[in-house]
Design a protein around this ligand. Structure first.
Ligand SMILES: CC(C)(COP(=O)(O)OP(=O)(O)OC[C@H]1O[C@@H](n2cnc3c(N)ncnc32)[C@H](O)[C@@H]1OP(=O)(O)O)[C@@H](O)C(=O)NCCC(=O)NCCS
Length: 175
């Protein structure tokens, strides 16, 4: 089951987010260190604000116990000349739930939500260039690579390049 997360999901969301930041640190622009101490209250407020506005977070729940096992965010741009774009961020599926279509289902939910917003025409995202599973997921969904940002992230003496992708919502290839 996929649905928009709200304040009541703060604890489950934060647990999965922090687990993901440690399990796949190179997959995120953020770090465990910078989010570990975020009060649950703030997380809940952000989720609630997002559910009602331009920065929505979706969750995927497993069929067994209804546990949160996947998350992905969609942040609509706000500028007059950029509000036709929405950025996909924070995509994460827990290791035990991978390979079952949840990543694709989360993207489906984000794309459907974006289409329902007034005037949103494109989704954008950045993915670390050696992240083969995520790159394959996005390409299979119809995202097109338009560039590489060198050394987009730097942490702990290492650099990561970011592959920049874009999807025209009306050109999304059918499954
Ligand atoms: C990337 C990620 C979200 C994929 O989630 P998932 O639920 O396993 O993906 P799905 O089962 O929906 O796969 C959909 C498609 O993606 C591609 N894909 C997913 N995992 C893949 C893998 N390990 N190898 C190759 N292709 C893969 C395939 O095209 C797949 O379609 P198919 O099953 O018909 O072959 C998950 O591996 C993950 O959370 N990784 C760690 C965090 C991360 O990298 N996030 C992305 C940051 S940009």
């Amino acid at each position: 089951m996929i649905r928009i997360l709200g304040a009541e999901d703060a604890a489950a969301y934060q647990a999965l987010r922090l687990f993901g930041l440690r399990e796949s640190p190179e997959a995120f622009g953020s770090t465990y260190e910078s989010e570990a101490d975020t009060p649950l209250e703030h997380v809940g407020e952000r989720l609630a604000r997002g559910a009602a506005g331009k920065d929505v977070t979706f969750g995927a729940f497993d069929d067994d116990g209804g546990h949160l096992v996947g998350v992905a965010g969609l942040r609509r741009q706000t500028g007059l000349k950029t509000r036709h774009r929405a950025h996909v961020w924070g995509m994460y599926v827990a290791p035990q739930a991978r390979g079952r279509g949840l990543g694709r289902a989360l993207l489906d939910a984000l794309a459907a939500h974006a289409r329902a917003l007034d005037c949103v025409e494109r989704l954008t995202l950045g993915v670390e260039t050696s992240n083969a599973p995520a790159r394959a997921l996005y390409h299979a969904f119809g995202f097109v690579t338009y560039g590489i940002e060198p050394q987009a992230y730097a942490f702990g003496g290492r650099y990561w390049d970011s592959e920049l992708m874009s999807l025209a919502l009306d050109a999304r290839s059918p499954r």
